[in-house]
Design a protein around this ligand. Structure first.
Ligand SMILES: Nc1ncnc2c1ncn2[C@@H]1O[C@H](COP(=O)(O)OP(=O)(O)OP(=O)(O)O)[C@@H](O)[C@H]1O
Length: 616
């Protein structure tokens, strides 16, 4: 995404762009808020029925709870005096009524917790799934910038914030809202002047609530940002543990984490201070109101202007009136925290893949074996604002040809390979497979046709057989074993504790870098792609194993198009054609024999000479 001044403001803050900005201006804040609200409502809408049922249950529960003090007032003012006179009917009704309302409200609470719990869990499940699916769809270029730590922080701490809101916050809000409204009505009905006096106390409470909401929103946004950076630091350290220990980076990492922890503590302190001020003000107003009601009420009871039962009911209601306001603060607290988290999550969900699957893909023409790869007027840079890595060039690799790319570190060899596998789209021009622009080829078809083996070779949790089968889902066991045998991987696999069933993530199943490469070769062999890209794919193999793989490759590559990047010249010599890359440009192009025999001694000839001397 470009951040130049010509970009419209709404575009400039699209996606994750505002994530690391602590203090965004009001217009941007409003846009982020709106984006979170839209996400929240898209999560709630499909489950509106369950949400409304929870609402109905909590209203019913609150109505029953409200009846309690009223029944007590009637019992004190009519029931007990009548009972003293020998008529216990009213008192019996009051006791029975109180009991029934108590049982009813308990049952309704039980039902509410079940319905609202399910409602919340469904939303969280949906959100987690959306984040995960979307993150998997986003292009490599996004993940290179955004890092896995940040995605993990979205999936964990941010989803947790929404969990807190749905689990406790919503219950608190609904209970508080209905208690406050219901009790306000009861107070006005019981005694209008005293009711009005208490409601006047709400004015400062509303003012402080507004203040609290504004301050805490910023504070919680900062706490979310701080916890995200801590998670990122954790994930990066754990991922790079070998380098951390090899280069003794532990003390430096400790210092970085201590700084981040301090920032988190500071952000939390501000949030807690705001919360403490709010709770204190609400409590203060509540207690002052209660003292006032007790004083004025007592004077009026003595003067015969107010019944004792009504005063009792008033004080009971009053307690229940201000306590839920604390809950309201808790809700505002989890709401602001969840909105801050949703801002970030919605930003991630707003990011679009830069490498897009075509809407109406073009089928590749059927072929027997390999496919031609063509680069037409291709230019490439990794980002709009980064330098050109591959200046404009044309290149045609005919179907079935094995091409080796050689050149110094950083010359651009892997970049060319990544364009063939469409991990990136060219900045200009087109890369085509069998004459079809890769941008028009369905992702599934592309992955079936172009397979890359690199030096990293990630293995997924599961057995060795599962990992080979990734090449062609649905392959039978004999096919998997035959693929392993073809690349010479069967010998070491059979030596593992459970052979092909050995779990590669368990102790005893861990594979060496070379063994992982052999599994990756078996995977590629099984996939049988029309274009095979090998990027330093044999770099971790010992010389005899590399030879064995090469022999296997020669039969595989005979029919397929292949792009080989290797520093070992022994690997390069099996190619039909060699391209020497320098500073992103192809500076030599020919068969290995022709280039070696270059009359004025070209770059490849020089490389070959050095290699021969190293063997001597
Ligand atoms: N993800 C990336 N983002 C930005 N620049 C990159 C990225 N990957 C590579 N580059 C840059 O592109 C240039 C070409 O890199 P490339 O990986 O294609 O080189 P290479 O010839 O394959 O090198 P090597 O032999 O070391 O693998 C380098 O200058 C590198 O810094």
């Amino acid at each position: 995404m470009s951040t130049t001044d010509t970009t419209a403001p709404e575009e400039r803050w699209r996606g994750v762009a505002a994530e690391d900005v602590d203090d965004v201006d009001a217009a941007v804040g409003a846009r982020l808020h709106e984006r979170s609200r839209v996400l929240l409502s898209s999560l709630v809408r499909p489950r509106l029925g369950a949400g409304l049922l929870a609402l109905a249950l909590v209203i019913a529960e609150n109505v029953l709870t409200l009846v309690g003090p009223l029944v007590i007032a009637i019992a004190i003012d009519s029931g007990i005096p009548s009972a003293v006179d020998g008529d216990t009917t009213v008192l019996a009704w009051c006791v029975g009524g109180y009991l029934a309302s108590g049982l009813g409200s308990a049952a309704l609470r039980f039902a509410f917790l079940k319905v609202s719990g399910r409602f919340g869990q469904d939303i969280l499940l949906d959100l987690r799934q959306r984040i995960f699916t979307h993150a998997q769809r986003l292009s490599i270029s996004f993940h290179e910038k955004y890092t896995s730590g940040k995605v993990i922080s979205r999936l964990t701490s941010d989803v947790d914030s929404l969990h807190d809101l749905l689990e406790d916050g919503l219950d608190g809000l609904l209970t508080a809202l209905f208690s406050v409204v219901g009790i306000a009505v009861m107070l006005l009905v019981l005694d209008l002047p005293m009711g009005l006096m208490i409601l006047a106390g709400l004015i400062p409470v509303l003012a402080v609530t507004r203040w609290f909401y504004r301050r805490s929103r910023l504070a919680y946004r900062n706490t979310r940002g701080a916890i995200a950076t801590i998670i990122v630091q954790f994930v990066e350290t754990m991922n790079g543990m070998r380098a951390v220990q090899a280069f003794r980076r532990e003390p430096r990492n400790d210092t970085i984490l201590a700084t981040l922890n301090d920032r988190f503590r500071g952000a939390n302190k501000t949030a807690l201070d705001v919360m403490a001020t709010y709770t204190m003000t609400v409590r203060l107003v509540g207690n002052l109101s209660l003292a006032l009601v007790l004083g004025i009420g007592a004077v009026r009871v003595i003067g015969g202007d107010l019944e004792l039962g009504v005063l009792t009911a008033f004080t009971l209601y009053l307690r229940r009136f201000y306590d839920p306001l604390d809950e309201l603060a808790m809700f505002a607290n989890s709401y602001t925290s969840a909105i801050a988290a949703l801002e970030k999550i919605s930003g991630l969900l707003e990011e679009n893949p830069t490498v897009v699957d075509p809407g109406s893909p073009q089928a590749l023409p059927p072929v027997e074996s390999g496919r031609a790869v063509t680069f037409s007027q291709v230019e490439f840079r990794y980002a709009d604002d980064s330098p050109v890595v591959l200046p404009t060039f044309d290149l045609t690799i005919p179907a079935g040809q094995t091409v080796a790319l050689v050149g110094a570190t950083g010359a651009g060899k892997s970049t060319i390979a990544k364009l063939v596998a469409r991990f990136y789209d060219p900045s200009a021009g087109e890369v085509a497979l069998s004459g079809v622009d890769l941008r028009q080829v369905a992702d599934e078809e592309l992955r079936r046709n172009v397979v890359t083996v690199t030096q990293e070779n990630f293995l997924f949790a599961g057995s060795v057989a599962d990992n080979i089968a990734l090449g062609r889902p649905g392959a039978t066991r004999p096919e998997i074993e035959a693929a392993a045998a073809a690349v010479g991987a069967d010998e070491f696999v059979l030596g593992l504790p459970d052979g092909f069933d050995t779990d590669v993530s368990k102790r005893g199943g861990r594979l060496s870098a070379g063994q992982r490469q052999l599994v990756a070769f078996a995977r590629a062999f099984l996939a049988g792609p029309s274009v095979l890209v090998l990027d330093e794919a044999t770099s971790s193999l010992d010389v005899p194993t590399e030879r064995a793989v090469q022999r296997a490759l020669e039969s595989v590559l005979a029919q397929r198009t292949a792009l080989i990047i290797a520093h070992r010249l022994s690997t390069v010599l099996i190619a039909d054609r060699v391209l020497v890359v320098e500073g992103g440009r192809i500076v030599e192009d020919g068969s290995p024999a022709d280039l070696i025999a270059h009359p004025s001694g070209g770059r490849f000839a020089a490389l070959h000479q050095t290699w021969l001397e190293s063997l001597a």
